[in-house]
Design a protein around this ligand. Structure first.
Ligand SMILES: NC(=O)c1ccc[n+]([C@@H]2O[C@H](COP(=O)([O-])OP(=O)(O)OC[C@H]3O[C@@H](n4cnc5c(N)ncnc54)[C@H](OP(=O)(O)O)[C@@H]3O)[C@@H](O)[C@H]2O)c1
Length: 265
């Protein structure tokens, strides 16, 4: 498959205010893309849009949105319509994790997690993929995780949302193959971002060798150039993701429980 021509295209990046999304927005702009930056933190988005415009001479729009809220993806798409923007590239990156014993988790927070990590991602894909297919050109990158490959004790909901993202995106990859649009599931392992800042998920990164957002994004660009359906950042992560293919499912679930068990209580 040929390298994708990014110059002059318009990319929407969700979760662009920090971490992998911020890095994605910068790299897309460095390749000549105009960018729409979205997340909740308006100040951070505006600062990043200013930096990108100055540095790369492309258009950069800061459109804050809380994608946990029903109807937010539609409102975002409408705002872009009003600005006369046609989306060529969608980076569905916004997401968060929750960590702890299921019975201790805040049910409302977990509903928000499901909304952001899965429902908003599907909704945004509904808004922008048909136009890409019509023009026979475009990219959708859905950010999943290593958590997509195994049942994740103590992050049961998070792991399930990422398994959803992987299954949904691989199915779309197959469904749209040969129609000019590239669909990639990007699977980072533990990466040095604000992801682990939340108290509830700090333990999850303990002892892990962290990748960088820049490495994750480079894996994403490689996956697009190769026409891959999914890509995992890092060789060790790739090897770990294969575990589930060779061991009984209950064994994998129990290994994950032992690795992830909270240190307290
Ligand atoms: N870091 C890792 O180890 C790791 C590993 C595997 C997968 N991932 C995945 O990578 C993606 C990016 O995470 P990250 O590591 O870059 O973490 P991060 O630095 O915490 O970034 C998360 C982004 O999502 C945005 N976000 C959170 N809640 C939102 C909401 N309600 N509406 C809109 N945007 C919201 C945040 O912005 P605001 O707070 O401004 O809204 C932020 O820009 C996530 O999907 C995550 O699951 C991360």
């Amino acid at each position: 498959m040929n390298s994708y021509h990014y110059q002059g295209k318009l990319a929407v990046v969700t979760g662009a205010s920090s971490g992998i999304g911020e890095s994605y927005a910068k790299e897309l702009a460095a390749r000549g893309c105009h960018v729409v930056l979205t997340a909740r933190s308006q100040n951070k988005l505006e600062a990043l849009a200013g930096e990108i415009k100055r540095k790369h001479g492309v258009q950069a729009y800061a459109l804050p949105s809380d994608l946990c809220k029903a109807g937010a993806p539609r409102q975002l798409a409408e705002s872009m319509n009003e600005l006369g923007l046609t989306v060529d590239i969608l980076i569905n990156n916004a997401g968060f994790g929750t960590y702890g014993r299921f019975e201790d988790m805040d049910p409302e927070r977990e509903q928000e997690e499901i909304m952001l990590n899965t429902a908003a991602l599907v909704d945004l894909t509904h808004h922008f993929l048909p136009g890409m297919l019509g023009r026979k050109d475009g990219i959708v990158v859905n950010v999943a995780s290593m958590a997509a490959f195994v049942p994740c004790a103590y992050s049961a909901v998070y792991g399930a949302t990422k398994a959803f993202v992987l299954s949904f995106s691989e199915a779309l990859w197959a469904e749209t193959r040969g129609r000019g649009v590239r669909i990639l599931t990007l699977c980072p392992g533990a990466t040095d971002t604000g992801f682990f800042d939340a108290d509830e998920s700090r333990d999850m990164a303990a002892g892990s060798a962290l990748s960088t957002p820049e490495n994750v994004v480079q894996a994403g660009f490689r996956g697009i150039d190769k026409g891959s359906s999914y890509i995992i950042d890092g060789r060790n992560n790739y090897m770990s993701a294969q575990m589930g293919r060779f061991l009984p499912r209950r064994r994998v679930a129990l290994i994950m429980e032992r690795i992830s068990r909270p240190k307290t209580r």
